[in-house]
Write a protein that binds this ligand. Sequence first.
Ligand code: DGP
Length: 114
Amino acid sequence: MAECLFCRIVRGELPAQIVHETDAVIAFRDLHPQAPTHVLVIPRRHIATLNDLTADDAPLMGEIALAAQEVARLEGIAERGYRTIMNCNLAGGQTVYHIHLHVLGGRQMTWPPG
Ligand code: DGP
């Protein structure tokens, strides 16, 4: 996906503040942070939405969850707590069509989300 924003970050064509990376995923700071810590964990491989996952992607989703856990540890928010969110499609509030897990923390989260 040449024109995908997050694929361009994966390829190093757009700058990003990377906080953690593995062979399969990268985690970088959100451009418009909604909390003191707001990091996005994405697969290097392009997957547009949660609806596009297949059973073969189960290990990759596990890696994304483990990367979120590591980001929380690195950011010092693991014990106090944090929120992870993956928006899907228009009504879910997705704006970038390359799956990403938001990791938000450093303040008290409220419920329900907007
Ligand atoms: P979502 O609405 O769930 O699709 O979240 C997309 C997030 O991506 C949103 O919080 C803002 C962030 N974002 C958009 N463009 C860029 C960018 O170029 N760089 C970074 N670091 N974040 C971006």
